[in-house]
Ligand binder design. Structure first.
Ligand SMILES: C[S@@+](CC[C@H](N)C(=O)[O-])C[C@H]1O[C@@H](n2cnc3c(N)ncnc32)[C@H](O)[C@@H]1O
Length: 503
């Protein structure tokens, strides 16, 4: 933590105080830590669990979720926190669901979240209000980190310089690890035409606890053919001057065949080469803090682009998670957006807890995990009032028909295309909605709408959940008596169901 001579950021109306070491539990401004109500509203376990990872999505404010996780005993248990909070951009962010693929005109636009700030103080552009909100959330998430844990905060030019000072206050200047610059966009169009250098970069500020170590990524860099040599053992290598290697190090490298001597006796270090996917000979190099090799999201495969505003590429999160957390480790992102952190954590065999205040964020993150076959739970977290997670589905949105073998056919009748829908064949309000059948809109060039029809057992506890393109959630609970009698009636009628239809 900071000391009396460390720089401290002030802003009009600042009330936030960083936690005192060893004295946890400062609320929004420094009060007592409350324990918000947290309840399970949905879960999914794939039939065959492919990895050891599991994922928790929590709808709620980052501060409330942080408090709830601490109350659950997660203080000091998290390996990596990544957040990509709003940047004080004074803008609204719009989600786009492209119903017919990228080229067509049918697009549903909904506001995903707001990043506008204001205050009553004269001349204030709202940045103080922004910092008032962000600072206690950063501090709470820092409490979750294990002694080896690191926190990665993704920002841009608007807030990076301010948030670094706050992170200095939370972690102490000594615990700063890196300032990574990621080129998030090419210098084209408006950026290139402006009378400034293009603002095409984001900054990721990294702090760590006392034992934090990062394992920086490596990348294969192609070597010019005329710089490739062959040693006596037939190994391809490229050579570089010894630089600041000491005689001791040269001796050590010589012993393992890594030293090349020219005919005049000059010493070079050998770097053995390997081929990349394109068959070029490459040197394996450690990545530094300038990341220009992770393409902007617009160059990611269309199926990765969800339409959620400010979504980050999975490749970016994979690099961060791989370098800052162990396999099987726990990764947290309480500004989850489209859930990129959970998707990348799943791909790398890490567990994740992601949270967001927005319904659209939860709906999109959930759909991505389902498309990847990842197990997840969804919780709702509220500090003050307990909001319902879903509303009831309009009666005419579904048509449920009894069919033989004590089954029902469920058909979506609502005209709007949903983002996703699911069935729980044995709904129990005490354990939340358990997904036993599901279908999600597939974004991308080959965009696919949800399936409109499903077949389920005519269970007395059948429930259907629909996620709208605006992030709304609506549920239908079957009328048990009606279902049973209709199903018995249907036993008498022939019905051919394809194998795929059966749950
Ligand atoms: C820049 S987006 C994150 C994008 C994300 N990294 C991705 O790849 O999709 C910021 C997110 O923070 C959420 N958010 C804003 N304030 C929040 C708060 N106090 N607690 C939790 N989430 C919040 C917004 O709803 C929005 O989804």
């Amino acid at each position: 933590m900071g000391n009396a001579r460390s720089p401290v950021l002030t802003w009009g109306g600042r009330t936030w105080q960083p936690p005192v070491p060893g004295k946890h539990g400062s609320g929004e401004t420094g009060g007592a830590l409350s324990s918000p109500a947290i309840s399970r509203v949905e879960s999914f376990s794939p039939p065959r669990k492919v990895t050891a990872s599991d994922h928790r999505i929590i709808r709620g404010d980052a501060l409330d979720i942080g408090d709830a996780l601490i109350a659950e005993g997660l203080r000091g248990k998290v390996d990596l926190v990544y957040i990509d909070p709003p940047f004080a951009s004074q803008a609204d962010y719009i989600n786009e669901v492209r119903l017919d693929g990228p080229a067509d005109g049918r697009v549903v636009r909904t506001r995903a979240y707001t990043d506008t700030w204001s205050s009553d103080l004269a001349g204030d552009d709202g940045v103080g209000a922004y910092l008032d909100r962000l600072a206690p959330r950063l501090a709470r998430m820092a409490e979750l980190l294990s002694p080896r844990g690191s926190m990665w905060v993704h920002l841009d030019w608007r807030a990076a310089y301010l948030v670094r000072v706050i992170l200095d206050e939370i972690f102490g200047r000594r615990n700063f690890l890196n300032e990574i610059v990621w080129r998030r966009a090419p210098n084209l169009g408006r950026q290139a035409a402006s009378k400034q250098y293009g603002r095409t970069i984001d900054t990721i500020v990294v702090y760590g606890n006392s034992e934090a170590v990062l394992d920086p990524a490596k990348r294969l860099e192609p070597i010019e053919p005329n710089a490739i040599r062959l040693d006596d053992e037939g190994r391809r290598f490229t050579a570089a001057p010894r630089g600041d290697y000491t005689d001791e190090s040269i001796k050590r490298l010589d012993a393992i065949g890594r030293v090349h001597r020219t005919s005049s006796g000059r010493v070079y270090i050998k770097y053995f080469l390997e081929k990349n996917a394109d068959g070029e000979w490459c040197r394996d190099r450690r990545v530094d803090a300038l990341w220009t090799d992770i393409a902007p999201l617009r160059h990611a495969p269309a199926s990765e682009r969800t339409g959620y505003p400010t979504q980050k590429p999975v490749a970016l999160l994979e690099r961060i998670i791989a370098s800052g957390s162990p396999p099987g480790g726990l990764v947290v992102d309480l500004y989850a957006g489209s859930g990129t952190t959970a998707v990348a954590a799943h791909a790398l065999g890490r567990r994740s807890i992601v949270g967001d205040t927005g319904g659209l964020s939860i709906a999109v993150a959930r759909a991505r995990l389902l498309r990847d076959g990842a197990p997840y739970t969804i919780d709702q977290c509220d500090a003050n009032e307990v909001r319902p997670y879903s509303s009831s589905l309009a009666a005419d949105a579904l048509v449920i028909t009894a069919i033989p073998n004590r089954q029902v056919q469920i058909e979506l009748r609502q005209s709007e295309e949903p983002l996703a829908w699911a069935i729980d064949t044995d709904f129990d309000p005490n354990r939340g909605f358990v997904v036993t059948w599901h279908s999600e809109h597939q974004p991308g060039a080959k965009s696919r709408p949800v399936e409109r029809r499903a077949i389920a057992p005519a269970s007395p506890n059948l429930a259907v959940r629909i996620y709208g393109t605006d992030g709304s959630v609506s549920d239908y609970y079957a009328d048990a008596t009606q279902l049973r009698s209709a199903s018995e009636e249907a036993e008498k009628q022939p019905f051919l169901a394809t194998k795929q239809d059966i749950l």
